[in-house]
Design a binder for this molecule. Sequence first.
Ligand code: PLP
Length: 399
Amino acid sequence: MKFNPAENIQDLQYFGEFGGVNPSISDSSTYTFLSAKTMFDTFEGNADGCYLYSRHSTPSNLYLGEALAAMEGSETANVTASGMGAITSVLLQLCSSGDHIISSRTIYGGTYAFLKNFTPKFGIATSFIDITNLDVVEASITENTKVLYCEAVSNPLLEVADIKGLSALAKKYNLKLVVDNSFSPLSISPAKLGADVVCHSLTKFINGSSDTVGGVVCGTKEFINALRNVNDGASMLLGVTMDSLRAASILKNMRTLHIRIKQHSKNAIFLADKFEADGLKTVYPGLKSHPSNSLYKQMMNVEYGFGGMLTIDVGSLQKANELMELMQQRNLGYLAVSLGFYKTLFSAPGSSTSSEIPEKEQKEMGLSDGLIRFSIGLDNNIERTYKMMKKCMEDVNVL
Ligand code: PLP
């Protein structure tokens, strides 16, 4: 049967302890044991179904993790306090001093900063390369390489990773392929294409209401148990766990994810087509002009579309700022970082979410000053939105 992430989520069945249609929220940081022996066994990792302490796991976190694992088709999942909590704990779990990571050079600025400035303190080195060129990836592998890291659709340039190709390389050289799927939930299923670990910032589309940060690591039972291990698990020891109240609220929002993603995708492809036809330099994976349009088509779960993210280049930071301020004034969205909200969000990544990347490297990877990243909202009448956006563009002379 064809893999369908939204149907997998729908097919889960949960009840609260009083028969509620939502699972009860576990409002405790610690749990009692009927016998001291069971407490000891739980510390040793040998008492399935027992809860110990909420930094380790909670019933609410496990419910959300189960839904996310169903969505990604992984054995299980561990939810974390933020997307960065997921990514950093995975990389620190997989790598030790002396190890090497190969990372896409176009990734979220926070992840870039972690790999560039933070992990070297622990003797972990990273090469930042063009992930779309498998020859370059293979040539960068050394005997110390442990991890290939990329975003399925990259922030902010919307480059698309060839997950099957990367997975083949990972298998050949005994590496772990770690994929951040925050930009393309439902649309791309990296674990099904061969990724070993899939991370998300739940802060974005999955929660979808810009009211919390959150993250998840989807992987094998063995790996997720290792992350939670009381002796040497990065998630347990760094304390990146999610709070139960948040887990319960994100689970409720997840139930509408498929409807939202379809609307985000529908609106984004409409605007991308129009912007491109108007002569704007537009990047959207659903456009034929996107260098990885056919690769995306091979990988995607078709009904969810190409996602809600697009970029345009208006030539200079000054023009980008003028346009964004005007669009906000006319209530077409918010000048804000992040993504996946019901309103359109826009920002100039060079001076915001990617500002951790030095200017010279931004230029090398093609991140220009005038680039505006849009997270397209759930607008009911996207044609009306387009007309109003076009008027803003004319008023600031970028059209
Ligand atoms: N991954 C991507 C692609 C992101 O865009 C972000 C945040 O912007 C993160 C990870 C980090 O997530 P969080 O802010 O939830 O820690």
